[in-house]
Design a protein around this ligand. Sequence first.
Ligand code: NOJ
Length: 531
Amino acid sequence: MTSEKWWKEAIVYQIYARSFKDSNGDGIGDLNGILTKIDYLSWLRIDAICLNPIFDSPNENNGYDTSDYYTIHTEYGKQEDFDDLLQALHEQGVKLILDIVVNHTSNEHYWFQEAKKSRENIYYRYYLWWPEEDGEPPERESFFDNPGKGWTYNLQTNSWYLHYFSPAQPDLNWENPAVRKEIHNIFRFWLQKGVDGFRLHDISFISKDIHFPKITKKIIEHKYQGEWSHYYAQGPRLHEFLNEMRVEVFDHFNAVIIGEAPGILAEHALSFVDPQRAELDVFTQFEGIGMGYVSGEFRNVIPHTYDMRIFKNIFSRWNDVFLNIGWGTIYLGNHDQPRMVSRWGNESPEYRKSSAKLLLTFLLSMRATPFIYNGDELGMTNISAAPWVGDDSRTPFPWTGDDGCGFSSAEPWISMDPNCVFINQEASMRDPDSILHYFKKLALFRHSCKTLVYGNYIQLNTEDALYGFIRSDEKARLLILLNFSDQRVSYIMQPLLVNPIKVLINNYSDVRINEKNLEMLPYQALIVDLS
Ligand code: NOJ
C-alpha cells in the first residue's frame, strides 16, 4: 500500500520564468515578476511551483546549459530576489521545486573552461574525452544535432568531448568522485536555503560506460527500440549514483526528488522510485508525451496523430507501474512541447474551452502528481501552424488584454500570441465559465477527495473516443468519463449508473440521458459519484 506524502497530493504548477511576468521592463520574465503574482498562485490552489532553470547560463539551451549553479541568472534577478520569492511562497503555503540539469553543464562553466585547456588540468577529468591518438571516437548521437555527432574536437587537449545534447553542453564525468561531490554540494546549497525539491532533468543519462563500446545505428535499432536515449539511460552505475545522492544529501532534508527520466521503459521505472532502494521519489515518464512525434525530428509533432486506444493503454500501463509502491507525475504539456489544448484537444473557437477543461479533468483525476504548465489553466494555444515545436509553449503569459497583454512594458523576448487580447488571465477571471475557474474548481475538488489521489484506478472498456475509468477506495467510488472527440458518444449506463446520477464535476451545464444511455457531448468531461 502506498504511503501518504505531500508531493503525492500536490498539484504542481510549472512556471517558465522567462515568459511569466517581467517586473523590470527588459522584456524577460523574472523572479520579482513571479513575486508580484503570488496572490494569483495562491488563488489557483496549486501546492507547489516548479521553476524552469534560473541559474547563470549563456542560454544556448534556455538555461539547461548552466554556467554557475550557485548564481541566479541576472536576467531573473539576484540571490535576494530568490530568497524573497521563496519566503513569500512559503508564507502562502506554496512550495518551490527547482529544475536543474546535472548531466551536463554549459561549455562556459568554469570547470569546462579549465578542462579544455590541457589534459593535465584537474578539471579535465570532470568531463568525458576521447583522445585523438585512439582514432575516431565511437559513434554517439547528439539529440540536438541530428544526425550529428555526440563528440566535438578540442584542439588544446587534442581530444574529443562527449555531449548528448549540443556542443555547448558537455556531459559531466560522474565516474569522477570529485564531480559527484560538487553536485552534492550544489543540491545542499539550495536545500539549506529551503527549497522543497528538485526536478532532475535528463537524470537517466548521468552514468556512462566509459569504455565506450562500439554502438552502431543497427545496434540501436535492434536492442534499443531505435532510440539512442534508451541506450543512454542504461548506464552501468546509474542506480548507484542516485542512491549515493540520496544517502549523502536528500535523506538529510525533507524535499521531493523528481526524476525527469527520458529513455527509461515502463518495466524499469519502478526500480528508480521503490522506497526500499532509496533513489528518487517521483518518476516522470516520456511515453505519453512522446506520442505522435515525427521520427528523428526532436520536438516536431504532427497534429492529432495520437490514437486514443494507445493513449489509454499508455496511461493505464503507467498507472500499473506504481500500483503498490513508487509514484509518477502526469502532464500533457511543458516548455518542450506544443500547447496542451492545441495538441491533445481542439483549439477551434467552438471547442477550445470544453476540450481544455476535459484535459484538465484528466490530469487532475489520475493517480499521479499533476504538473500543470503555466497558461494551460487559461487554455493558451500554439502560436504557429503545425508541425508544432516546443517554442509554441514559451510565448509570454497573457495577464491582460491591453497593449502588450500585461507581460512587460517592453518588447517581449519572444512574440506574444496575438490571441492574448482575448485569452488572458484578467478576462478569464471575469468569465465565470472560464477554463481558469473550472481549473480552480477541479483543484479544490482534488484536494477535498483523497480518492482521486490514492484510490484504485480501473480503466473501463468504452468506445475509443471515450476514456472511462473508476477511482475508488473505502470512502468513495467515482466514475470519470472523458469524451476526447468532437462527436457525441454514448455511454451505456448499466450496471454502473442509475438515473438520476450524482454529478460532481461537469464541463457542460447539463447531462444528457437518453433511456439507458448517457450522451456525452463533444469533449464532455464528467466525474460522477457512484458511492
Ligand atoms: C531537458 C529540458 O526539458 C530541455 O528543454 C533541454 O533542451 C534538455 N533537457 C537538454 O538540456
